[in-house]
Design a protein around this ligand. Structure first.
Ligand SMILES: Nc1ncnc2c1ncn2[C@@H]1O[C@H](COP(=O)(O)OP(=O)(O)OP(=O)(O)O)[C@@H](O)[C@H]1O
Ligand SMILES: [Mg+2]
Length: 294
């Protein structure tokens, strides 16, 4: 796998992505329902941004807008500049070249993104060849095996011929990350990539995302409802609620010194290390949002 950062070049430089005044709405019986409102954020080249918020806060709509994949009926305004180009100005063929190639997405449920009737190798090869005209099957297979090695799937040369059901949930997510990686994307958007996985596997996948980011220089947007997850991976965090930005700042600051009440409530739901037994204690009580904050 080639790396995109030059030796000695700073990993974090100018902006990879710049979002300004992003507003997304759906027409409803009583006017437009704005599910994302006036959102601003930046992602530096090689940076990692966490977008956190409860269900329905507009996280996925924001990422779909970046891919220009909003559902039919969605209205979008504002500006999304990816590597200096305004995404809204790109025509569909140009956008198709960006999607999957320069921006890769990883979703929560790898099983629904993988076709059960084809081996994982065939699917990685197919995805790769659809973005690289003229690549032979043999060359694509080599890329697939290398990508699987990159995500630490042992015995990749053999596993490449296995079907999705022959992998565990965590391994399937590695396959999806391998598929994304094979494209050498400049930006990886991971929408709740570890929500369906148990805690140990979740930690391994997060470590892998961090490793990939460091090795390839790709930018990362990690979307989750779980502040503990982003605090491990992101340098910058955007907290969203009801389509609006609640708070934005360096991950460490948000984690240690949240300015907004809502962020504090999200933090209260974060599992903490129990010193006595040295094990992860998962919060069993859901966060109660006080009436006045709803
Ligand atoms: N096709 C649609 N038509 C109308 N409203 C929609 C449509 N798709 C999503 N929405 C609304 O947009 C809002 C934001 O949805 P979004 O999927 O971005 O939330 P989210 O933060 O990703 O939540 P989750 O954590 O559950 O994935 C929700 O209130 C949702 O009901
Ligand atoms: Mg979502």
């Amino acid at each position: 796998m080639t790396t995109r950062t030059e030796p000695g070049a700073p990993a974090v430089g100018d902006d990879l992505l710049r979002v300004r005044d992003l507003t997304i709405g759906f027409a409803g019986p009583s006017g437009t329902n704005e599910v994302v409102q006036h959102l601003d954020f930046d992602l530096p080249r090689g940076g990692a941004l966490g977008i956190v918020g409860e269900s329905g806060s507009g996280k996925s709509m924001t990422s779909l807008a970046i891919m220009d994949l909003l559902p039919p009926g969605a209205r979008r305004s504002g500006s999304i500049v990816f590597q200096g180009a305004e995404i809204t100005d790109l025509r569909e063929p140009q956008m198709r070249a960006v999607r999957g190639d320069r921006i890769a997405m990883i979703f929560q449920d790898p099983l629904s993104s993988l076709n059960p009737y084809y081996t994982v190798g065939m699917q990685i090869e197919e995805a790769y060849r659809s973005h690289r005209a003229g690549v032979t099957r043999k060359a694509a297979r080599k890329v697939a095996i290398e990508a699987m090695e990159c995500v630490h799937i042992a015995d990749a040369a053999r596993r490449v011929d296995h079907y999705p059901h022959e992998f565990s949930g965590g391994m399937r997510q590695r396959v999806m990350i391998a598929m994304a990686l094979s494209m050498e994307p400049e930006l990886i958007i991971a929408d709740e990539p570890t929500t369906a996985l148990d805690v140990t596997v979740q930690a391994q996948i997060l470590d892998l995302l961090t490793e990939i980011r460091q090795d390839t220089g790709a930018g990362l947007i990690l979307i989750t409802h779980d502040l503990a997850v982003v605090s491990e991976v992101a340098d910058e965090i955007v907290v969203m609620r009801g389509g609006r930005l609640v708070e934005r700042g360096p991950a460490e600051r948000i984690f240690t010194d949240p300015r907004e009440e809502y962020t504090r409530l999200l933090l209260d739901a974060v599992p903490r290390i129990d010193d006595e037994i040295g094990q992860l204690r998962t919060a069993t009580v859901p966060v109660q949002i006080p009436e006045d904050l709803q």
